[in-house]
Write a protein that binds this ligand. Sequence first.
Ligand SMILES: Cc1cc2nc3c(=O)[nH]c(=O)nc-3n(C[C@H](O)[C@H](O)[C@H](O)COP(=O)(O)O)c2cc1C
Length: 190
Amino acid sequence: MNVLIFNGSPRKKGNTEILLNAVTHGIRKNGGREEIIRLADLAISPCSACGGCDKTGKCIIQDDMIPLYEKIDQAERIVIASPIYFYGVTAQTKIFIDRTQAMWSRKLLSASSKQRDEKPKRKGFFVSVAATRGEKVFVGASLTLRYCFDAIGISFAEELLVKGVDKRGEMAEKTDEIERAKEFGHQIIK
Ligand SMILES: Cc1cc2nc3c(=O)[nH]c(=O)nc-3n(C[C@H](O)[C@H](O)[C@H](O)COP(=O)(O)O)c2cc1C
């Protein structure tokens, strides 16, 4: 099984990347394969609310988001990862998420309301890290991700959330969390 992973952290060798490497280890060890896409390497413009997708189900902005729509459509498992920035996801992740509005519009145009309510077999996962240990530190981002997976027609399955990591690479020292991430990778392809 192939897993499509979006990394929304702009920081190379950062905590999200280290955590995702452990998730990948768990995926591969159990026979899966993955493709990791670093959103910060792509040129994706924000949604301009032009309303074009309301009529056609397609986004009119011709940029690096266009090939991602097809990849998302084909994926059985999708992971969206982002560190917490101001109690939400990073700007790169949010821009990507907003552009999935075209997939929501497409769903509204093509499916009957009964079909829309059916739980899809494809599964979505959220991975996140945060510097602080606040009780609600992941609440906003987690809600955003749930709505995004709904828009793209994927059931929200599980999330892997790690608090208390801030400096670049600090994640590597959290051996318990690394083991948890490997197991999370296994769960993704189960
Ligand atoms: C602009 C910015 C905003 C941040 N906002 C928060 C926040 O609201 N809460 C928090 O716990 N950490 C916050 N952080 C810390 C990051 O979540 C933390 O450093 C994380 O480990 C970064 O992951 P990365 O190395 O994958 O980029 C923020 C960091 C930056 C750069």
